[in-house]
Write a protein that binds this ligand. Structure first.
Ligand SMILES: [Zn+2]
Length: 108
């Protein structure tokens, strides 16, 4: 039974009497054309899967890009706040220094 299955070609579903006749059939134009069509079918399926994967990757890329831009903006805003606080601290330190100086002058 399994020998008979092995000697049957998928392209015609015909069973061949020997391996040699099956091999001869596999070199025929009909079989080669069928084999090429099968390969094209297989490649189309792979292409479809790759296009699907590519769409998923493209979505991931867009999501990551948005995330990076958000983080960069947040980082920019934070560094602006830090810069403002530094400036404010400097101003307050100068005012405190000036007040201390005034106090010292008035005490003496
Ligand atoms: Zn065949």
């Amino acid at each position: 039974m399994s020998v008979a299955l092995r000697l049957t070609c998928e392209c015609t579903n015909r069973t061949y009497a020997s391996r040699a006749s099956l091999k001869t059939h596999q070199k025929s134009k009909i079989h080669l054309a069928w084999a090429r069509n099968e390969e094209i079918k297989h490649l189309r399926v792979r292409l479809g899967k790759m296009e699907k994967d590519l769409a998923v990757l493209e979505n991931d890329r867009k999501w990551l890009q948005t995330k990076v831009l958000k983080l960069m903006k947040h980082n920019e805003e934070q560094s602006t706040t830090v810069e403002q606080l530094r400036h404010l601290n400097q101003k307050l330190t100068q005012q405190i220094y000036a007040l201390r100086k005034t106090k010292k002058v008035s005490q003496s």
